[in-house]
Design a protein around this ligand. Structure first.
Ligand SMILES: [Cu+2]
Length: 618
């Protein structure tokens, strides 16, 4: 087994820069003279990420899945083998799938489900560069561990922003070497039961159950039960206010907002809520474990300059529900790419990471010691944190004093510990090189987001997507020209589209909205009701709320948290990639609860779907 594994790694490294630490998938074919190919075998097995056994999805025997390393320009084939006891699909998050929309991995939109025992060959071309991830797009399987990182190494001709970090030649060489060995940091929230069980509890309780057992980094963590005193000392003003409004005094033993407060305030005290259907383990009973911790070793090597060593990381928000503050003690983070694309670097000490986000950053290590990597929940519903270790040595593992404690920048409540701590600021995120946006749109779509029948059912525009979509004939195989309704948006090729996400129900949490098929620009956001017929009209009335010059560009944007009054965001995109794409909230239970729509982009230019995809499981 070991020999086989090493053989695979050696083969991979013959063609690609070998990423130390995080295991790469043993791909074959080098992508230029033939397709770059991977096999991903999914199995359902008992493992213990936090020291307690549960069934999880393993990908090629590991959780999280192996790193897929690809070069820009490669033809990519990913053959997914489903040895799980249930149906599944695989989605390549942020990959635009130009001319191959049938490989996007969304059941009912682009493919039929992969049945147990079946395989599906995803074929696409790597026309982008940067850091991405792949994950199940079926039910709550992300929460069962079906995800892994994906890196596309850029062509040499790509302009890079590293000259804005340093102009020293040796430093730039070290930075380039570090970026070619970028290491994934998969951040996830973890519960000790399968996602299907969580969903059954939600349905029985008629409300969501957002309280987690652990926060993991690269699949490792522990169950850390804080004392009542520690939890009380970390409560934020908003958390105290929520407790007070519900008539509660304290967070639970798992440091969660109690379930009765969730029912009263978050779930709006809707009729039908049944708190007795929620097992005590979900909110109230905390049993600590030792668990395990990810250690990332960095040595002085070809990423070193005269002052220290550069190391590059890709943070992936593989969360189910939570949003966190990510930081590494004592280290500045040079954020150089967001959702895979270069930006003008921002030098920060912390990054807010939500579901689906990717941030690529460099650190410059100058002192040999252990640095704690942290993520701590910033949502009001729970106080929880997770850690890993970044261990910097001169080369000999024992050459530095072990177990020196580093000093945190951010607390276990996700709060900056001193005034010098700067968070990454998306509102001033600039594409590098600049990527201009159109000044006017051809089509405006207004979506009013909120709950529908129950507190666990959600909609982007008044109608929850039924779960029967999973087994429906894929929309890509049966286009519906001119259809515009609560579950479908239709656009024409080479047009510009504005989508306004307006919160009409308050209180309303922030929703991480992800679009498949292309990136979008966040051209505006604000508080108050959206009462305009177009962005143009709104921008005339409140120009300070809009940016048409250099707005941030990503494949996902979060709506503005609306605790009391309505809020809105406006995104703009260019239809250049015809196909059936999903737009949805990336919080697992919101997607499960129906918070998705289909976009038939460029329906006047849809490609012919190859017959083997049309006929798959037909
Ligand atoms: Cu959501």
């Amino acid at each position: 087994m070991l020999r086989k594994l090493l053989g695979g790694l050696a083969l991979a490294s013959a063609f690609l820069p070998f990423t130390l630490g995080y295991p790469s998938a043993a791909g074959y074919g080098n992508g230029s003279s033939g397709p770059r190919q991977f096999d991903l075998t999914l199995t359902w097995e008992k493992i213990s990420p936090v020291g307690v056994s549960r069934d999880m999805v393993l990908i090629n025997g590991q959780f999280p899945g192996p790193l897929l390393e690809i070069n820009e320009g490669d033809e990519v084939w990913v053959n997914v083998h489903n040895k799980l006891p249930f149906n599944t699909t695989m989605h390549y998050h942020g990959i635009e799938m130009v001319d191959t929309p049938w490989s996007d991995g969304v059941p009912g939109l682009s493919q039929r489900e992969i049945l147990p025992g079946g395989s599906f060959l995803y074929k696409w071309k790597a026309l982008q560069y940067g850091e991405y991830w792949y994950h199940s797009h079926h039910r709550g399987q992300i929460d069962d561990g079906q995800f892994g990182p994906l890196v596309i190494h850029p062509k040499k001709s790509r302009p890079t922003p590293f000259g804005l970090i340093s102009q020293d030649k040796d430093t730039l060489t070290a930075i380039q070497n570090a970026v070619s060995k970028v290491q994934p940091l998969m951040l996830s929230d973890y519960r000790n039961i399968p996602s299907s069980e969580s969903w059954d509890i939600e349905v029985a309780a008629q409300m969501e159950i957002p309280c987690y057992d652990s926060l993991l980094i690269n699949g490792k963590g522990k169950i850390d039960c804080w004392s009542a005193n520690k939890t009380a000392s970390l409560l934020t003003a908003q958390q105290k206010q929520l407790l007070g409004a519900a008539g509660d005094k304290a967070f639970t033993a798992k440091s969660c907002l109690p379930k009765d407060a969730q029912a009263k305030i978050i779930a709006g005290n809707r009729p039908g809520i049944n708190l007795s259907a929620i097992p005590a383990e979900i909110f109230d009973v905390c049993t600590p474990t030792k668990g395990s911790q990810t250690v990332i070793d960095v040595k002085k090597d070809d990423c070193s300059d005269k002052n220290g060593t550069w190391s590059a990381f890709e943070v992936v928000g593989a969360y189910s529900t939570l949003t966190t503050a990510f930081s590494i003690d004592e280290l500045d983070l040079w954020v150089y790419a967001v959702d895979g694309e270069y930006i003008t670097p921002q030098r920060v000490q912390a990054i807010t990471v939500t579901n689906g986000d990717r941030y690529s950053f460099l650190v410059h290590l100058t002192a040999f010691k252990d640095y704690t990597i942290r993520h701590a929940c910033t949502l009001p519903i729970q106080l929880i944190s997770g850690q890993a270790t970044l261990s910097y040595r001169s080369g000999d593992k024992h050459s530095a004093p072990a177990n020196q404690t580093s000093k945190p920048y951010v607390s276990d409540a996700g709060v900056a510990l001193n005034a010098g701590v700067v968070f990454f600021n998306q509102s001033v995120q600039k594409s590098y090189p600049p990527f201009p946006v159109a000044q006017k749109a051809d089509q405006t779509v207004l979506l009013e987001i909120g709950n529908t029948e129950t507190a666990y059912q959600w909609a982007l525009n008044g109608t929850s997507q039924p779960m029967t979509l999973d087994t429906a004939k894929p929309i890509l195989f049966a286009p519906q020209p001119n259809v515009m309704n609560n579950l479908t948006i239709t656009t024409l090729n080479n047009t510009w589209v504005d989508i306004i996400f307006a919160t009409v129900q308050v209180p309303q949490p922030s929703h991480p909205i992800h679009k498949h098929g292309n990136k979008m620009w966040l051209i505006g956001s604000g508080h108050g009701a959206w009462n305009w017929s177009s962005v143009e009209e709104a921008a005339k009335a409140m120009p300070q709320n809009f940016n048409f010059v250099d707005p941030p560009r990503r494949d996902g944007f979060s709506t503005v948290d609306a605790p009391r009054d309505p809020t809105w965001i406006a995104v703009r995109y260019h239809v250049t990639n015809p196909g059936a794409w999903m737009i949805h909230c990336h919080a697992t239970t919101h997607l499960l609860g129906g918070m998705s729509m289909a976009i038939q982009d460029g329906i006047d230019h849809w490609p012919q779907v190859p017959s083997n995809y049309v006929n798959y499981n037909a």
